[in-house]
Design a protein around this ligand. Structure first.
Ligand code: SF4
Length: 327
């Protein structure tokens, strides 16, 4: 039985932090054991919110070093660069002809991101980015797209577009399904959601001493001002990380010690580091070895893109046969 196909991508924003890792990459590494996986660098998507591309090439290398360090295996997963498979642009164009503008304006992230990014007027490309995502997915006839709950409307749009195309022109596309991923809450060092733009992230590439320096001053339960004040782990960002990395007995030690004020926050953070550091060290070592060989990373991406392109070309052959616009 051929394995079912999974497709996912990431914008090339540089080094991967714990939030990206636990929200996506860690799951990708598991999926490659059971599925035929295609993972891509969404570099055209990077242009939908910024035209400053100076860092994109370097950020791509850094990000792929992290993918490889985390355990993605180019022998098992096809890792490619979106713009090296130009068929995505052709399919996006064709899909844009049958997609009502209202469908795109309805995507919840459209208005949210305009507000978040303080955009005065969104570009045509930005409005269309969920449709470019649809083209990315449909091109590979992926059955599954691993997403968090907030991305489900994008998969719904893709399914609607696939149905509409199949109805108008003929059956070419598979309707993909959202592979819902439980995303743990990953707070940054200031207690807000971990994000590169907030400057509160712990990166997979951070050396051990940098991780320690970031964890030590990390925000805790604000009510626990003195060592003798009992705290509440349920509202503490450090404890959110314990929930991910610390085994149950250590977690229980921290929760009890916090509530009874029998431990200080520094003791609690030291316990977290006991488990965080061994989880990060092997990833960091592997990613460092790849980061030192950018040519090897480019070769991996070139090979993966050639493999992806063969699939994309076969799909576009089918598409061009049903969208008959040449004599
Ligand atoms: S003891 Fe631990 S869980 Fe409690 S407030 Fe301090 S860091 Fe947070």
């Amino acid at each position: 039985m051929p394995r079912e196909r999974v497709l996912s991508g990431m914008r090339p924003t540089g080094r991967v932090h714990l939030g990206n890792y636990l929200g996506a990459l860690d799951n990708w590494v598991r999926l490659q054991e059971t599925h035929d996986c295609f993972f891509f660098v969404a570099n055209w998507h990077a242009l939908t919110t910024s035209s400053d591309v100076r860092e994109v090439p370097r950020d791509t290398i850094e990000m792929i070093a992290d993918w490889l360090g985390a355990g993605l295996d180019p022998q098992r997963s096809t890792m490619f660069v979106q713009s090296w498979v130009p068929e995505h642009a052709e399919l996006h164009l064709l899909l844009s002809m049958i997609t009502p503008v209202g469908w795109l304006e309805r995507v919840p992230t459209y208005k949210e991101m305009i507000e978040q990014l303080g955009m005065e007027s969104a570009s045509y490309g930005f409005l269309g980015y969920p449709l470019l995502q649809s083209a990315d997915i449909l091109m590979y006839k992926a059955q599954w797209v691993p997403v968090g709950a907030d991305q489900v409307p994008h998969i719904e749009l893709t399914r609607e577009v696939a149905r509409r195309f199949n109805n108008i022109f003929g059956d070419v596309f598979t309707e993909p399904q959202a592979l819902l991923t439980e995303i743990p809450k990953v707070p940054g060092t200031d207690g807000r959601k971990m994000s590169k733009s907030y400057g509160n992230a712990i990166y997979l590439s951070d050396p051990a001493e940098v991780v320690r320096e970031k964890v030590r001053p990390m925000v805790t339960d604000p009510a626990r001002r003195r060592r003798s004040d009992p705290g509440n782990p349920d509202i503490c960002p450090v404890f959110d990380l314990h929930k991910i990395f610390t085994p149950p007995d250590g977690r229980e030690w921290a929760a009890h010690g916090c509530r009874t004020a029998s431990i200080g926050c520094l003791d609690c953070k030291a316990k977290l580091l006991e488990y965080l550091e061994p989880a990060l060290a092997p990833i960091r070592e592997r990613r460092q070895a790849f980061a030192e060989k950018p040519d090897m990373i480019i070769d991996i991406l070139r090979e993966g893109s050639a493999r992806a392109r063969r699939v994309a070309q076969a799909t576009m052959e089918e598409v061009r046969q049903v969208v008959t616009i040449t004599p």
